[in-house]
Design a protein around this ligand. Sequence first.
Ligand code: ATP
Ligand code: MG
Length: 381
Amino acid sequence: MRKILGIIGGGQLGMMMTEAAKKMPEHIKKIIVLDPTENCPAFKVGAEQIIADFKDEKSIQELAEKSDIITYEIESGNSDVLKSVEDKAEINPSPETLKTIQDKFLQKTFLYENKIPVTEFIQITSIEDLQYGLTKFGYPALLKVRRDAYDGRGNLKINSSEDVQKAFNHFKVKNLMLEKFVQFKMEVSVIAARNTKGQIKTYPLVENIHENNILRETIAPARVTKEISNKAEKIAQTTMTVLKGAGVFGIEMFVSADDEILINEIAPRVHNSGHHTLQSSETTQFEQHLRAILGLELGSVKLIHPTVMFNVLGSKDFEGEYKPIKISEQNVYLKMYGKKISKPLRKLGHINLVAEKGESIKDLLKKLVLLKDKVRITALN
Ligand code: ATP
Ligand code: MG
């Protein structure tokens, strides 16, 4: 039966899911997104839209009534409301999985209890907890908001005992956690998929470079030894086995100074570090996600072409309409998300630099240096 797909969130991830869904007309007949921004990116590529806040109960109910199957592009949805509409539509990843993942403390506790390596962490509800944690972990340590954080906005590094009171007062919310700081060599991630029948596949390990806490570049495959990529892949497989949800998950990891792999966090959704799959892989992460939640056989995760993905971000110094950018170079794929307004460091698009025969990651990175100028965002007027 052809399904109506509901997506909570119609930003770039919802947009690329919509595009993938449109290529599967034999399985999906319509896409409806719930998003507060009028003409959101997913709407622009052909999804219907319910204009409302992601957490608005009535609108989630409306979406469930109109859809056969619901998924999401953000982890901050209201898992209790989602749970209450499970009789109207199938929701994947499941509200229980979402509930565990969307709270960073519950998520790390879950991983720890399943013997999956993570850095040390404790829950923080008082300044005494914080002082205790800092004595235990030492400096620097990272204070994190447990919920609704993204692009590092809910993180604060505490460098010395003088910062403690200020750090505790920094966040308005008080559901916090403290993590021991990982002196990592590299950040990596695995895009993993699990379908409703339990089939699991993991994409090859990729390397992520962050700037100002925002993902800037992904290098596929990661420049690590076979031992490290095997270790990371094994951890991703174990994680997917214990994590019960269906869908694509972005598993962010650290490679520590002594080559240990620690999971930083899991996103219960398609992930920015999987955008390279649009050109690099046999199956894109967006199609894979849909295959997973539809209960179809998962597609091949083979990386065909080494690829470097570079995020096109809003310039730090301005907010407003911006000049369109154009790239007409071979093997460089620009994807803009149709956002009218640029804001500092807002994700506006990305480019994938795909290796031609014989080209190495090193060659792609050289090419990227020249391209960075061409994708700089400037004011329209
Ligand atoms: P995003 O939306 O990018 O996933 P987020 O707001 O959920 O970010 P985290 O993923 O927790 O935040 O952290 C953002 C970045 O901060 C990480 O990619 C990493 O560079 C750094 N970071 C997080 N936790 C630690 C840690 N324990 N030790 C060292 N660095 C860390
Ligand atoms: Mg993260």
